[in-house]
Design a protein. Structure first.
Length: 351
């Protein structure tokens, strides 16, 4: 049943009456009102499953797991579930774990490790977004690595074909550099039709070029397929969220930038998120902010305020989100003390 059809705004007599009629009819065994077409997965419902999630970052997206200080543990999934998250995003660097040449067979042990993580998520009733992350080679020479991208998706789609629909596929993290919007739109079209031939029910996720920036949404050609979620990343103001980040040139000079929840600062976020929401409504696609976060070199109180405000605005606009990330440089959970820091309270808030 698609309850989204019933307007929750301005409930008036007609709405109440339609609900009563709808309810009676749907209880009737003859089912005179057709439910959603059989076997159809509603991406808006799927997106609700990943309403409040956290990235298990710097683990399987490192060149090799452990090299960036995070090795996944079974207890992480329980800890995340009991804290109140509804799912996780699992960034995965598949490209480092394949045969060198076509058909780029994925290393069996690496696949087993991903499977173990996916199974742990499912066992803990956490929905899970799996992606292709840090496929660096494709950004400097997209055409040379296109076959590898498609071959990865073919293998991943086949592997998870009969798995539950709580697994969502995100095609590629942050396309950028020479992987321009134009080329990316072509890759999306080909990639999606390839996956759909193998698995026509899986919820898929794509984001715009230029690092999944909200300002590039207008360049994204949405393929004409159902069951698709659109993802963007949000790290504004960048000088605040990325101060002191070793991977961002000259970011040391931003050290000391605070976020004080002034009206002007809040309005910038309001405006951006309202634009994203409006884009989603106009295109009738659910939106997932798959990364947002402020690095630990920023003042903690500012990080708290920014994170808390972001969550409030995203939730008010019914946008699902994933915090970047669990227990590394942006971490909300501390591997040493095995405890959450206060960011948890900024993240898990009532709707
Ligand atoms: C990258 C991370 C980085 C984060 C914030 C992610 O997409 O994969 O390596 O820490 O963005 O910049």
């Amino acid at each position: 049943m698609n309850f989204r059809l019933i307007s929750k705004k301005n409930p008036d007599v007609i709405n109440i009456l339609s609900f009563v009629i709808f309810f009676i009819l749907s209880c009737d065994s003859t089912e005179s009102i057709q439910p959603l077409e059989q076997n159809k997965v509603d991406p808006f419902i799927q997106n609700k499953k990943i309403a409040k999630t956290i990235n298990l970052g710097n683990a399987l997206d490192a060149p090799n797991e452990g090299e960036w200080g995070v090795t996944l543990e079974a207890e992480y999934f329980q800890i995340i579930k009991s804290a109140g998250f509804s799912g996780i995003r699992l960034p995965i660097r598949w490209s480092n774990h394949t045969q060198a040449n076509a058909p780029f067979t994925i290393d069996e042990n690496f696949f087993k490790r991903v499977d173990w993580a996916v199974q742990n998520a499912l066992d803990n009733n956490l929905a899970i977004v799996i992606n292709i992350h840090h496929f660096e080679e494709i950004f400097s020479d997209p055409l040379a690595f296109k076959q590898k991208l498609l071959s990865l998706w073919e293998q991943i789609a086949r592997h998870f074909k009969d798995y539950p629909d709580d697994i969502i596929f995100e095609m590629l993290n942050e396309p950028h550099q020479k992987l321009t919007s134009e080329i990316w739109n072509e890759f999306i079209a080909e990639g999606i039709s390839l996956i759909r031939k193998i698995d026509d029910k899986r919820t898929l996720m794509i984001g715009p070029a230029n690092w999944n920036s909200i300002n590039s949404l207008s360049t994204l050609e949405i393929p004409n397929v159902e069951n698709l979620i659109i993802t963007v990343h949000y790290y504004s103001p960048f000088e605040f969220t990325h101060q002191g980040a070793s991977w961002v040139e000259n970011s040391d000079r931003w050290m000391g930038t605070t976020w004080d929840a002034t009206n002007t600062q809040k309005e910038l976020i309001d405006k951006d998120i309202a634009m994203v929401k409006e884009w989603g409504i106009r295109n009738n696609r659910p939106i997932f902010i798959g990364e947002f976060g402020a690095y630990s070199k920023a003042d903690f109180n500012s990080r708290f305020r920014w994170t808390e405000y972001m969550v409030q605005v995203m939730q008010k606009n019914e946008i699902s989100w994933s915090y970047w990330e669990f227990c590394s440089g942006f971490g909300a959970w501390d591997q040493q003390t095995k405890k959450w820091n206060e960011l948890l309270y900024a993240l898990i808030q009532p709707n």
